[in-house]
Ligand binder design. Structure first.
Ligand SMILES: Nc1nc2c(ncn2[C@@H]2O[C@H](COP(=O)(O)OP(=O)(O)OP(=O)(O)O)[C@@H](O)[C@H]2O)c(=O)[nH]1
Ligand SMILES: C=C(OP(=O)(O)O)C(=O)O
Length: 204
């Protein structure tokens, strides 16, 4: 989405650790090649959902050149991560969003296999407020929409949902909770993978 004067209204930051290094918790149940293919498929799906929702700038930030090459081929802007860690990666993407004059920044992980354009539009429907989507256990953060892009610090990691809510409360920032099945399901564990396979069998 571009506002008048060509400014970027919505800038999405998608962090990926790497095609071969992501989703290590799935190591016991997937061969390395299978895990890598799954990471690539999920990354492509998240990029597609963002582009279908009209997001003008989809920035994939990663230290992995192969993930960045895949991102570029999928129409995203690849950003080579310089620092280490998830929150520093998102800070590097936030700097790009601010340079682009973005009015809104959406931090969205690459491991949401059920995400669709409608889920992104649900987040954007939060009006002028910031929005957050927790994972299915209300412990992690599966989406963080910031208006303006520097409205809140990133606190991704264990217990990040509560941490982001506390940051918003401490700053008097309105942070609406947005829940949809596509935003709540992040694929982390073998149990998540079994559930996803069951869902796909049920709808096939
Ligand atoms: N760029 C970048 N992305 C990261 C980093 N750590 C995690 N991510 C991404 O952030 C998202 C959520 O992180 P996790 O659910 O912990 O994913 P993960 O680290 O691949 O999973 P595990 O290896 O099983 O812990 C995923 O898309 C990860 O690829 C990092 O250090 N840099
Ligand atoms: C890093 C996060 O993802 P996960 O909990 O899946 O590791 C988070 O939700 O903040």
């Amino acid at each position: 989405m571009r506002g008048d004067r060509g400014l970027v209204r919505l800038f999405a930051a998608v962090p990926v650790r790497g095609l071969g290094s992501s989703k290590s918790r799935l190591g016991p149940v997937l061969a390395p090649g299978e895990r890598e293919a799954l990471v690539a498929r999920m990354l492509g799906g998240v990029i597609s959902a963002l582009r279908e929702s009209g997001c003008a700038e989809v920035c994939v930030v990663s230290p992995d050149p192969r993930a960045l090459k895949l991102a570029g081929r999928a129409g995203a802007r690849p950003l080579r991560q310089r620092g280490a860690g998830l929150n520093p990666a998102l800070e590097e993407a936030r700097r790009q969003a601010l340079k682009a004059g973005a009015q809104t920044l959406l931090a969205l992980p690459a491991d949401l296999p059920l995400l669709g354009a409608g889920d992104v539009r649900e987040l954007l429907a939060a009006g002028s407020a910031c929005a957050i989507s927790p994972d299915a256990t209300d412990s992690g953060t599966n989406a963080l929409l910031l208006r303006p892009p520097d409205a809140l610090p990133f606190r991704f990691g264990p217990g990040s949902f509560r941490a982001h809510l506390e940051e918003a409360a401490a700053r008097g920032v309105e942070l609406r909770v947005c829940r949809t099945p596509g935003l709540a399901f992040d694929l982390d564990t073998p149990a998540d993978l079994a559930r996803l396979r069951g869902l796909k069998r049920a709808i096939s």
